[in-house]
Design a protein around this ligand. Sequence first.
Ligand code: SF4
Length: 208
Amino acid sequence: MTTQELVAAGLQLPVMEAFYTIQGEGKYTGHPAYFIRLGGCDVGCVWCDVKESWEAEKWPIISIEEIVEGALAYPGRLVVITGGEPLMYNLGPLTQLLKEKGFTINIETSGAHPFSGEFDWVCFSPKKFKKPHPSIYEKANELKVVVFHPSDFDFAETHAALVNSACELRLQPEWSKADRFTSEIIDYVKKHPNWKISLQTHKFMDIP
Ligand code: SF4
């Protein structure tokens, strides 16, 4: 098989970085986790804080065995697959191997590509810059909307109406606009208690 075919099969993937840290956002805030950041994203968020991830070609193509070996080097057994946009790839083989090794597997995705892989927790963070693929709404365990503009509250409600009934709802101030939006989010959540607040606590801790 060529490298291109191996990537298409999900047996090798472009990895921008992989590191052991504390999950700072969402449901698993505070949990030690091994992050696997896949390269490549075609969503184009203006406020993206990992723009260097966008070009997949910049990053080494690594076999899923080697990726999992990296995760096994640490004592934590929670893995977060993120990006870039990780659903640009077939995540079936990687998640199967991680599961065989006993990992709890989370994904952070904009949902902009068809769903693949088996996860314990799916964090769906839709973006205005590229419409989510319909397959995400049934799979999402958590809807996390980043608030960067006043219209993001309506955007959040539009997606909340589409996700499954068990999906947890969170609003998160975009880091550079946190001064402006945190108080608005607090007021909003107090008035709409089906929502919770997510903060980028790793940024307060100054860790990746
Ligand atoms: Fe950046 Fe994520 Fe948006 Fe892609 S989906 S542009 S990686 S914030």
